[in-house]
Unconditional design. Structure first.
Length: 311
């Protein structure tokens, strides 16, 4: 369902045309193409989202979205819940959105961390955005309020979207820092597939999922409770290994069984290699490069290694 790609995944942005709120919410595909092209042409920095992802597959549809919930996942990461009423808007677990903000000339790029099922059932998606001085992230942290209106468009080639008749696969998810976002969407989607199997005995036969997730300390491990709830709901199917590299405070008793101090090691990953296993990696570029190369050196087929880099 996914090629081995090195596509920037999180916290991207590009200098684009400034659009007013009214214009934004009635963008036509041709106006949108003009907006995107002019954004790319004006872009001066190689790190800009629209420029870096110009060759990446995107959906045509641009949808209005309304902020209907906000919360802090960590001292530096704010979660947004967006209502996207447009029935033509859909995504695959692991994909990101171009994030258009009225009055902000830079287009953001943020991975969706919720499951496709939440959108199907409630028309909601979740994003979790780290504080940086990048204009879209600044807007999210400093100006965004309940009922703020934005627009979103889905893109990305990093996703897990098995069809009911596909061969059963195990997943190994390797996350660093805010790279957890698309991998949490994949983890939640795999839990939904397990539930569908348990309820109906039909649909895709999901294998096991193992999440390796590394951050500086436990306060920077995002979505800890969500992750452990899934591990407890599916003890035979979902497991996690949480790593902290610069922990200074005591680790809570609840977290301790899942925590390893120090980086994720090559051996831990190698122990999970099999013909049935797909590897999804999202984190800082050096980490992503390291694990994708190690897996290739261990003769894992390239089409079984999917990665997304963020800057």
């Amino acid at each position: 369902a996914c090629a081995a790609v090195g596509v920037p995944g999180l916290f991207r942005g590009s200098v684009g045309a400034i659009c007013t709120q009214a214009a934004l919410l009635r963008l036509t595909p041709s106006a949108l193409r003009h907006l995107t092209l002019s954004s790319i042409m004006k872009s001066k920095r190689k790190t800009d989202h629209l420029e870096r992802t110009a060759d990446v597959v995107r959906r045509e549809v641009v949808s209005a979205a309304k902020v209907c919930g906000t919360a802090y996942e960590s001292p530096s990461v704010k979660r947004l819940r967006l209502l996207v009423a447009d029935k033509d808007f859909s995504f695959k677990a692991g994909q990101w959105v171009d994030f258009f903000i009225p009055g902000v000339s830079v287009v953001g790029g943020f991975s969706i961390c919720s499951s496709p099922r939440l959108l199907e059932q409630e028309r909601m998606i979740d994003l979790a955005v780290k504080y940086t001085n990048h204009p879209p992230a600044l807007w999210i942290h400093n100006q965004c309020t309940l009922d703020s209106e934005v627009a979103v468009r889905v893109g990305g080639e990093f996703f897990f979207d098995p069809q009911p008749a596909d061969t059963s696969r195990n997943l190994v998810l390797i996350a660093g820092g805010v790279g957890i976002n698309p991998l949490l969407s994949i983890l939640r989607h795999s839990a939904d597939l397990h539930r569908a199997q348990a309820d109906k005995g039909s649909g895709y036969a999901m294998g096991t999922v193992k999440l390796f997730y590394s951050a500086k300390n436990t306060s920077e491990l995002l979505f800890k409770k969500n992750i452990l709830d899934l591990v407890n709901e599916f003890p035979e199917k979902i497991a996690c290994s949480l790593h902290v590299t610069k922990q200074t405070t005591q680790i809570s008793a609840e977290l301790k069984p899942y925590i390893t101090e120090g980086r994720i090691t090559e051996k831990e990953i190698r122990d999970h290699i099999s013909k049935e296993t797909l590897f999804y990696i999202c984190g800082p570029p050096p980490m992503t490069d390291f694990f994708s190369k190690q897996l290739e050196n261990s003769h894992v087929p390239k089409e079984h290694i999917c990665f997304e880099k963020w800057w």
